[in-house]
Design a protein around this ligand. Structure first.
Ligand SMILES: Cc1cc2nc3c(=O)[nH]c(=O)nc-3n(C[C@H](O)[C@H](O)[C@H](O)COP(=O)(O)OP(=O)(O)OC[C@H]3O[C@@H](n4cnc5c(N)ncnc54)[C@H](O)[C@@H]3O)c2cc1C
Length: 457
């Protein structure tokens, strides 16, 4: 979307080159073709790729025969298949990058390959690819997305084990065991939900174990309720600090409980303010939130489509899905299986074990060759809590010596430490536009944050 925005907003001739190592541009890991049963976890009304055109996705959906007759009110609230969202992004990329109309200033090129380093050059910089080729550029935008899960203790012995799946986003379906076997999912987040949906869709009848520290699955979306009391008009959420914010949230959750209403509405009500709240937190408050409250926040915040939630609940009720609470201490091969040892001494065996625990929390432990090389060069630096890349307010990367990079910008999941909420489309579309404007030397788009607040929920 950054490339698209650059191509559509430029008023000067320029060349945009998108380097991508997997799949067609637009799909990424989230919107691939793997299973039609994977649904978006955000309603269609909030999935426009353009911050200035809130109905762009809805209008595009209307061009498809299966949605032509869906009443507007229903379409807006629909959780559409993720692969359809990938079609949408692909069509935008096709229109603006691959076949721009006459009079377009930008030309573009899609390069398939892995970028492994970026070094300063006489003018701008030079991007090195794993195949030995290089691309010269005036500006480079890091949009490398979500990293696969961090390794767990003991995985060194499992690299070639037939029961080990280190990355839940790779196709593992063909390796599923017989119907009397067991699949163990490490983690109870969105990737584990995907895996359960996959096993159900395949009619697999074996036992599924899901393990996480707290055992919480994401909650389901529900129809919002009116609750104008939150946030209180006289409270500046950005200046509240963590302790007073927690007290305020608890107070309002108690009120909602008393009214028999779902307290998760508070998370929705907080969403337009999350970036402001996060930037108002001190260094220690950020660390405390990430350590002690993030898991709880995530189950309420990253809610899933009710249909998907119903499938998870059904698997639990039938006993096919068993949830274990505990910290993983070690993984080890155990004949053809893998044994997972938990801190309380329990152990679980799996014929297939899938790591869905999420990326490393420390950015400096990234396994991306590109990011490691940039860190080593000092071309990028970790943010103050080492959750992502340090940037300036216009998304320009800040170097290890504290200077604004002359050629590097970043956005998306790489900015968790700066924004906290930075992985879903409602945040990404605003960032993509802002980065494009920085690249093009435009205004610093302060009004964009305002726009984001208006239709984030
Ligand atoms: C399974 C899943 C489901 C999601 N569902 C939703 C949803 O329903 N609604 C929502 O709003 N958000 C959802 N998200 C979140 C969000 O939309 C995605 O995280 C989003 O796709 C991020 O976009 P991105 O372009 O920053 O990164 P990605 O889509 O991850 O794309 C990054 C691309 O860069 C490539 N790459 C990385 N490093 C290099 C390198 N060195 N050289 C070359 N290429 C490289 C990667 O292979 C990848 O193709 C989901 C995320 C996931 C993972």
């Amino acid at each position: 979307m950054t490339a698209v925005n650059i191509a559509r907003l430029t008023e000067q001739p320029l060349h945009v080159c998108v380097v991508n190592d997997q799949g067609p541009v637009g799909r990424g890991v989230a919107y691939g073709l793997r299973r039609p049963g994977y649904l978006l976890n955000v309603a269609a009304r909030n999935m426009s790729a353009f911050p200035h055109e809130p109905n762009h996705f809805l209008d595009w959906l209307r061009t498809r025969s299966e949605f032509e007759l869906t009443p507007d009110i229903e379409l807006r609230e629909r959780f559409v298949a993720r692969q359809i969202y990938g079609d949408y992004l692909r069509s935008i990329a096709q229109h603006h990058l691959q076949s721009p109309g006459e009079g377009a200033y930008a030309t573009s090129e899609l390069v398939s390959g892995e970028a492994v380093d970026i070094e300063p050059a006489e003018a701008g910089c030079r991007v090195r690819l794993a195949d030995g080729t290089a691309i010269d550029a005036d500006r480079v935008v890091l949009a490398t997305g979500n990293e696969p899960p961090a390794p767990l203790p003991g995985v060194e012995q499992l690299a070639d084990h037939p029961a080990w799946v280190a990355n839940p986003w790779q196709a593992w379906e063909q390796r599923r065991p017989e119907h009397d076997g067991s699949v163990v999912l490490l983690g109870t987040g969105l990737s584990t939900v995907d895996a359960i949906i996959t096993l159900r869709a395949l009619g697999w009848l074996g036992t599924i174990h899901a393990i996480s520290r707290h055992g919480w699955f994401p909650h389901a979306h529900f129809r919002g309720i009116e609750y104008p009391e939150f946030p209180p008009p006289d409270v500046d959420l950005g200046a509240l600090g963590l302790e007073r914010l927690l007290a305020l949230v608890e107070e309002h959750c108690a009120i909602l409980h008393e009214r028999n209403a779902n307290p998760a509405i508070i998370v929705d009500k907080l969403r337009p303010y999350t970036q402001r709240i996060w930037s108002g937190f001190s260094h220690d408050e950020r660390l405390t939130f990430a350590r002690e409250h993030a898991a709880r926040w995530n189950v309420f915040r990253h809610r899933i489509a009710p249909d998907i939630h119903a499938q998870i609940t059904s698997s639990q009720l039938t006993g096919q899905l068993r949830v274990h609470t505990g910290s993983i201490v070690k993984l080890e091969p155990s004949a053809g299986q893998i044994r997972i040892e938990l801190a309380d001494g329990q152990s679980v065996h799996g014929d297939l074990v899938i790591n869905a625990t999420g990326p490393a929390t420390k950015f400096t432990e990234t396994r991306s060759a590109l990011l490691q090389n940039l860190l080593r060069r000092g071309a990028i630096a970790p943010d103050s809590i080492d959750m992502g890349v340090r940037i300036d307010s216009d998304h320009t990367a800040v170097t290890s010596s504290g200077d604004r990079s002359p050629w590097l910008l970043a956005l998306g999941p790489l900015l968790r430490g700066t924004y906290w909420e930075t992985i879903a489309v409602p945040e990404l579309r605003v960032q993509a536009r802002r980065v494009a404007e920085t690249v093009l030397g435009g205004a610093r788009a302060e009004q964009e944050s305002q726009l984001q607040l208006e239709y984030m929920i």
